[in-house]
Ligand binder design. Structure first.
Ligand SMILES: Cc1cc2nc3c(=O)[nH]c(=O)nc-3n(C[C@H](O)[C@H](O)[C@H](O)COP(=O)(O)OP(=O)(O)OC[C@H]3O[C@@H](n4cnc5c(N)ncnc54)[C@H](O)[C@@H]3O)c2cc1C
Length: 431
């Protein structure tokens, strides 16, 4: 690093905090502005007291973190001295299709047992390790899985797996939506690559996922919550002045760690072309219901349910905490139910009673809720369509050299991808 630069980072979600963390480690002086009263963006653990006022929490975004054996996220957790809780066994995982639930085909044995696939379709799955790596950079997730696992799997089961996890149909998503698939393929395929790279375990942080943002903010120190950036001003000296509601601050460089719409609004007067490109990046709205119920025998380790999209009518799936999850209220089953994304939600699924009735179709054992709370997630996910990587790759060149844009729409939809990419990004730029 040649020279200490003062960098102002706008947005105190995981992307902004990680950008600040890595730039500061490279010797720069950083300050983060976050519009909301708390840092973390989607990755926040919110207090949700139990029916008697007992302590309890819900996750606004990720319920847990996928941590690979090695990699940027594992390194980061080590640096922050955040120790994930030991990975506990998980409860049943199901896929809802043809009006009932089946064991999830997200594992190889589950795949072989999955109904709806002909014998030929099942034998085709076994050929997966023999399939060569693809060469089409614009391949959709549907085309990728049809190539590797056969058209039967791609039609019968993939829509529910992808819809439940990424809230969009596999035909509308490119491989940028799951960058890990490229790594697996480079290592010999889904099966061999999985064996070589080791499993990615979903781990829980003491204090919930929000503990990551809190730890970063505490260690960074220079984080102003409740400070929305309102305008950017290019100074004749080549520096930047950022205007907030009541404050202004100058810096050598500015990092926009914002969802694409908010970044576009700030950039419009400075570089209209980049602002237009950002405006054009689509994103998905999600509706999430959190509910608490009396416990159900057999679901002590929680559960996961993904629903075949045409049958869900916008209801994508549900996931439950394990009974001993420190975020839940002891003695109650805590469920999170998702709707929407790229799928239209049937008008009758507007309110909790009808959402619950629809859930019971798949989970007849689920008792009436004792508590419910709805959290809407506008523009929760970027929609990473085929060709998305190329569209965002032209953005850095359209920005002045000391203005940067980072975030999920640039680097990938999840926290592991953000951790990996922002570490590499900070090493590659001179802010
Ligand atoms: C329901 C849900 C489930 C998810 N599940 C998973 C999962 O299982 N695994 C996974 O890895 N990821 C998951 N994600 C995605 C993950 O949460 C996001 O990828 C990640 O949190 C995005 O972080 P970010 O910093 O890029 O954006 P954000 O979290 O959107 O942060 C942007 C920040 O910028 C702030 N801001 C906006 N405008 C301004 C302004 N003008 N000035 C200053 N600040 C501003 C916002 O307040 C916000 O805090 C999930 C997300 C949701 C919503």
């Amino acid at each position: 690093m040649s020279q200490v630069r003062r960098v102002l980072i706008l947005g105190g979600g995981i992307s902004g905090l990680l950008a600040a963390w890595h730039l500061r480690r490279r010797g720069h002086e950083v300050e983060v502005w976050e519009a909301a009263a708390a840092v973390g963006g989607w990755a926040q653990t919110l207090a949700w007291p139990g029916p008697q006022g007992e302590p309890g929490w819900l996750e606004r975004g990720p319920q847990g973190l996928r941590v690979a054996r090695e990699g940027a996220l594992a390194r980061l957790l080590g640096e922050l001295d955040l120790k994930p809780l030991p990975a506990a066994p998980r409860g049943p995982r199901w896929l809802g299709r043809d009006g009932r639930r089946h064991p999830s085909p997200a594992t190889f044995t589950g795949l072989l047992r999955a109904p709806g696939l002909s014998l030929g379709g099942k034998l085709r799955l076994l050929a997966e390790p023999l399939i060569p790596a693809g060469t089409d950079p614009g391949e959709t997730l549907h085309a990728f899985f049809a190539r590797r696992l056969g058209e039967g799997f791609a039609r019968a089961w993939l829509p529910a797996l992808v819809g439940g996890l990424l809230a969009a149909p596999p035909e509308r998503l490119g491989l940028d939506a799951v960058p890990h698939l490229r790594h697996l393929e480079a290592q010999g395929g889904l099966l061999l690559g999985g064996l070589r790279l080791g499993p990615e375990r979903t781990r829980l942080l003491p204090g919930g996922t929000g503990a990551l943002a809190k730890a970063l903010a505490t260690r960074l120190g220079e984080v102003r919550a409740g400070s929305p950036a309102r305008a950017l001003e290019a100074l004749p000296t080549g520096r930047w002045r950022v205007h907030g509601a009541a404050i202004a601050s100058e810096a050598d460089a500015v990092v926009l760690a914002l969802p694409s719409r908010q970044a576009a609004a700030l950039l419009a007067p400075i570089t209209p072309q980049a602002a237009t490109w950002l405006e054009e990046l689509p994103s998905l709205d999600l509706r999430v219901w959190h509910s608490r119920h009396a416990p159900v025998p057999g679901w002590e380790r929680g559960f996961g349910l993904l629903i075949h999209p045409p049958e869900g009518q916008g209801l994508l799936g549900a996931v439950a905490f394990a009974a001993d999850d420190p975020r839940g209220v002891p003695g109650l089953l805590q469920v999170r139910t998702y709707l929407g994304g790229a799928y239209p939600v049937a008008p009758e699924l507007e309110a909790w009673p009808s959402v619950f009735a629809a859930l019971r179709r798949w989970l007849p054992e689920l008792p009436e809720a004792i508590q419910v709370r709805e959290e809407t997630c506008p523009a929760a996910f970027p929609l990473l369509e085929p060709g998305h990587g190329g569209r965002v790759a032209r953005l850095p060149a359209a920005l002045p050299p000391s203005l940067h844009w980072v975030g999920a729409a640039r680097f990938g939809p999840g926290i592991p991808e953000l951790a990996e990419s922002l570490e590499a990004w900070a090493a590659s730029i001179r802010p």
